[in-house]
Write a protein that binds this ligand. Structure first.
Ligand code: T4K
Length: 406
């Protein structure tokens, strides 16, 4: 629900007007599939008194995911962060691993948590994924792997990274947290590198409350990952490997199965929303919508705008402040970049010097709400707000700056 269109700066909520939206529009509000199906699965879980430890729902989800992705093995996990840690350790990676700083902090943490140095590498500013030329420059005697991130669901330059990894004898794996349901050259993400890790966190378009999955075509690696996900147990009273607790619970898997049944609807809603944004943002100067490759399968789950203010226009942060006041909870993912957050800023102070594209892109990003909780009408109203804010840019900038200094 939203209120009437605004036509002057005085009407903006940041200057005391009523917010344009009565409820908050979040980036990452969860999608919900068939509630009746989910509740029926939960009833079955409760009746069976089997709540976790490789139950019926987890096994079913793993089978369905493997078929959907076209990979030999899928191991469901409690979240993608633990999934990354387990896969990294199973390969094993050690020493230094090349990774983008344009990612959620979990990618870097999954390495550093295991005393592996994340060597932050710059991105291609057009696609926001690792630049293979820069990757090759960072290889040293201590490098054991490359951890690419298919950020926004846009696939890495997989062929070039694969070539580098082969020539230098490195492990290649992918953080595919954003890329469930996306493809590369017609083949689903999930089957590339040694392993790929998906996130099914509540804020992802496909969710299992908390959760994730590791996909790999390598049977021996999958066996090791399965052991490590369950404390290294190879049967009752028999631990054969170092491990942790990375298991997905049955209720999470039931939600995953529910989401899987609604996948076409979620993707179609995201696609429709994306096109609505594209049409309206094209009319606003300085707003460049990040494009997906429509020849590939795509989940369209992030509406990523690169905003370049006109001279005298409002800054990205001022736009975010004004949008939040209207209950549009736009985000600045992944500003300021992992390299500018702790512990990395202190541990690796020289990284920033080699990340000019990461810094420039991170300063421009504006992520807008989408998903089944966002309607075409919401998008129209939101873009009208942006048009007003940018159209009256110098006045907005001055008034906001005046408010801060006053
Ligand atoms: N690699 C990459 C590239 C990732 O992006 C992520 C996670 C990971 C690895 C690790 O995956 P997991 O271990 O989480 O499976 C959110 C998510 O928490 C995080 O999963 C996600 N990436 C990241 C991009 O976004 P925050 O802290 O920025 O947002 P959060 O959790 O506060 O949620 C955003 C908004 O969504 C909230 O302000 C309100 C709304 N929301 C959230 C939840 C949880 C709801 O409306 N309902 C909800 O249930 O990290």
């Amino acid at each position: 629900m939203s209120t009437a269109t605004k036509s002057s700066l005085d009407a903006l909520a940041v200057f005391g007007g009523a917010p344009a939206f009565e409820r908050k529009l979040h980036v990452g509000q969860p999608n919900l599939g068939d509630r009746a199906y989910f509740l029926q699965r939960v009833e079955r879980i409760l009746d069976s008194r089997w709540f976790t430890n490789n139950g019926e729902c987890v096994q079913e989800l793993e089978r369905e995911l493997a078929a959907f992705l076209g990979v030999r093995n899928v191991i469901a996990v409690c979240n993608a962060t633990i999934g990354l840690e387990i896969a990294i350790r199973a390969l094993p990676m050690s020493g230094e691993v090349i990774v983008p700083a344009m990612t959620f902090i979990a990618t870097a943490h999954a390495l550093q948590w295991q005393q592996i140095t994340p060597v932050f590498c710059d991105i291609d500013p057009a696609t926001h994924v690792l630049d293979p030329v820069e990757v090759e420059k960072l290889i040293t005697d201590r490098t054991t792997g490359i951890l690419g991130v298919h950020v926004w669901g846009r696939e890495c330059n997989i062929d070039a990274l694969d070539d580098i990894a082969r020539r230098h004898g490195l492990h290649l794996m992918f953080d595919a947290a954003h890329a469930f349901g996306c493809s590369h050259r017609g083949r689903m993400i999930g089957g590339f590198g040694r392993a790929e890790v998906f996130s099914f966190h509540a804020t992802k378009f496909f969710n299992s409350f908390e959760g994730g999955a590791i996909a790999t075509d390598d049977d021996a690696l999958a066996k090791k990952i399965r052991l490590m996900t369950n404390f290294g147990f190879a049967g009752y009273d028999n631990v054969v490997h170092i491990g942790t607790n990375g298991k997905m619970s049955e209720v999470s898997a039931a939600m995953g199965l529910t989401s899987l049944r609604a996948l076409p609807e979620f993707v179609e809603t995201n696609r429709r929303n994306h096109h609505a944004y594209r049409e309206r943002l094209a009319r606003i100067p300085g707003m460049q919508l990040f494009a997906y490759d429509e020849a590939e399968r795509c989940n369209w789950q992030y509406v990523v705008v690169e905003y370049t203010p006109a001279p005298g226009g409002p800054s990205r942060d001022q736009l975010v402040e004004a949008l939040w006041a209207e209950n549009v909870m736009a985000r600045k993912y992944f500003w300021p970049g992992c390299h500018r957050m702790e512990p990395y800023r202190t541990l690796y102070p020289r990284a920033a010097a080699r990340l000019p594209h990461t810094d420039a892109v991170a300063a421009r990003l504006l992520i807008l709400p989408t998903g089944t909780g966002v309607s075409g009408e919401d998008i129209q109203r939101l873009c009208d707000l942006l048009a007003l804010m940018v159209g009256q840019g110098p006045a907005l900038r001055e008034r906001l700056a005046g408010r801060t200094s006053g």
